[in-house]
Design a protein around this ligand. Sequence first.
Ligand SMILES: [Zn+2]
Length: 231
Amino acid sequence: MFRLFGKGISSSTSSSLSKLEGLSLLCIADTHRVLNPSELGILESYRDKVDLVLTLGDIPVESLKKINGDYGVLGNHDYFGGIESEKNLHLRTINHTTQPSHPTPHLHLSLGGFEGSSRYKPGRFVMYSQEESCELLDKLDYCDIFISHDSCIKEYYKNNLEDIDAHSGLIGIDKYIEEKKPLLHIHGHHHKNEVKYKYGVPSICVYGICLVEIKNGLLSVVDLRENKVIL
Ligand SMILES: [Zn+2]
């Protein structure tokens, strides 16, 4: 199997990332449609070679079933109930220990999440106002890996602060990262593969299918659809 390795980065957070040493994650976001044969091939190649498969929203239920991820959150184009409740990390944290058969066995970590995007239209959609995101995320405990569909506020679409639309991001996510300082933040929604640092926390935006790994204290991210090293 052809496999790219990320070049990795040594950051100020690398010492804290040591708790996640060896961890490999397959992260999937924003397919917005049924997976094509190439994407299914990637999934099958990597599923048993990673510790966890995470879904980050805007993935149709039919594709979610094929992915059969470990944990995930819904996106703003998804429907409430689209993820099985035991896999849905929205507003809860769970403790997870990797299986003995996994690449990094017996690794203890906690995960938590927040679904949906900033609210840009009324109705029963997976969307939250800025105020709701702050109130709800204020109650979420610390977790090592925080997954969300949307990003921090104004991370990818820097219009005026008072203008809120589909890609504004959420203040609640920003505050959660600033106050709780998870080791890793992974999100979707913005159709980019990019890593930014927010309050010293690596914040990974995933579009499609990415392999996220921590090896020798270095974080690496590879876009598997494009065979492109992101970090
Ligand atoms: Zn979205």
